[in-house]
Design a protein around this ligand. Structure first.
Ligand code: GLY
Length: 393
């Protein structure tokens, strides 16, 4: 990590810095300048792609760009990155690029085989809609919400996350699924049809009841009996163990309940988000720079990979939560700032490297030895979202 820091300094892109009057705060303008340069590089790299089915960059594999089809859960993040850059600079160029990369994701509106609709469609089309109010995007969002709703089971009270691994789970719901609720809340706002809202609330309430331990850490996967709604088991898929606290899972929970409070003003969701934040930041294994290891209980800490993507999600969530949580406002802002500062100094890709990804050092799935200590498109997406949220404060 030290080398990266030096490389960033050498490239003149050190953000903030010891000589700065505000040493622990990210320089948002410089961070966006860096993201612009990296994204231009990514766009250049993508011109070499001749496979029309591969529509978005996801990560680097052995140093090479790994692109994914629209059905992949990460397909919406790169269009989202372009939209967030457009939100910052309002340039016609970025809007054109954002629209271009959003087009191939739209067909996912009819794909009911997974819960990832929010990640795919909301982060691309939804972010574009918030910035343009394009009527076509609105229709895509409503169709997507209808499709996602087909995965809701009134018996369990939740949306089923996965159809795969039937040998392991019957009706698995993962904590990540909280993020898909934003699409449903928005669909009710756009249509006046409360059925989407009701599904989102049922999912959030059931998850609050079944996914959390007494200390407000969360399990990754809860498996339900689809006929009775009984919990069959609580396990992990990407965490260290069934009983551990997978870092990104904690981040999804924090972000999810903060967002649920935005739409419902249900104080139970606000309290849940505050409890999750307390768990995350009081954990003895949280490093000083506030970028968590991939799992809070990873056995080899401090010699374990970090997850910059989890940090980016947490930072973005905290900026929003700081607006709702009066007693903790200053503390949450300080922590969100600290994370952005850490990311933009020690986790940033030096300009011209990493094929144009913005952040390094994220971890996708350590147990499968997949995407360990690499750039991930969702790390970049939530980092830019956090920067935009900070810029608006
Ligand atoms: N939603 C999958 C992940 O967070 O890796």
């Amino acid at each position: 990590m030290k080398n990266i820091h030096i490389a960033a300094l050498a490239a003149g892109l050190f953000i903030g810095g010891v000589n700065s009057s505000n040493a622990q705060k990210v320089n948002v303008k410089k961070a966006f300048q860096h993201a612009e340069l990296q994204t231009d590089l990514m766009l250049k790299e993508l011109t070499a792609n001749k496979n029309a089915n591969l529509v978005s960059p996801r990560t680097l594999e052995k140093g090479e760009l790994k692109l994914v089809a629209s059905k992949d859960w990460t397909s919406g993040f790169f269009p989202g990155v372009l939209w967030y850059l457009y939100e910052n600079d309002h340039s016609a160029k970025r809007m054109k690029e954002a629209k271009q990369f959003t087009v191939p994701i739209e067909k996912e509106k009819d794909n009911g085989t997974t819960h990832d609709m929010g990640f795919k469609v909301y982060c691309s089309v939804g972010t574009g809609y918030q910035l343009t109010k394009d009527a076509h995007y609105k229709e895509v969002l409503i169709e997507s919400a209808k499709t996602l709703s087909t995965r809701f089971n009134p018996k369990t009270g939740v949306i089923r996350s996965w159809d795969h691994s039937r040998d392991k789970w019957v009706n698995p719901t993962i904590i990540d699924n909280m993020l898909n609720l934003e699409l449903l809340f928005e669909a009710t706002r756009l249509t006046g049809d409360s059925s989407f809202y009701k599904i989102a609330v049922s999912h959030a309430n059931t998850t609050m009841k079944n996914h959390f331990r007494a200390d407000y850490s969360s399990y990754h996967v809860v498996d339900y009996d689809p006929n009775t709604g009984a919990v069959l088991k609580r396990t992990t898929h990407q965490g260290y163990s069934d009983a551990s606290a997978w870092a990104r899972g904690q981040a999804w929970g924090l972000y999810g309940y903060t967002m649920c409070y935005r739409y419902t003003h249900n104080v139970a969701y606000l309290k849940q988000a505050e409890h999750i934040a307390h768990y995350i930041f009081s954990h003895p294994n949280m490093p000083k720079d506030l970028v968590p290891y991939w799992d809070f209980n990873a056995p080899g800490i401090p010699n374990e990979p970090r997850d910059a993507s989890a940090a980016a999600v947490i930072s973005s969530a905290l900026y929003e939560l700081s607006a709702y949580s009066k007693a903790n406002r200053a503390d949450y802002l300080k922590k969100a700032d600290k994370i952005l500062y850490s990311l933009s100094t020690d986790y940033i890709a030096p300009v011209g490297t990493a094929k144009g990804f913005i952040l390094l050092h994220s971890t996708g799935s350590k147990p499968s030895n997949s995407e360990v200590d690499v750039p991930l498109s969702y790390g970049d997406y939530y980092y830019l979202e956090a920067l935009n949220r900070k810029a608006k404060l």
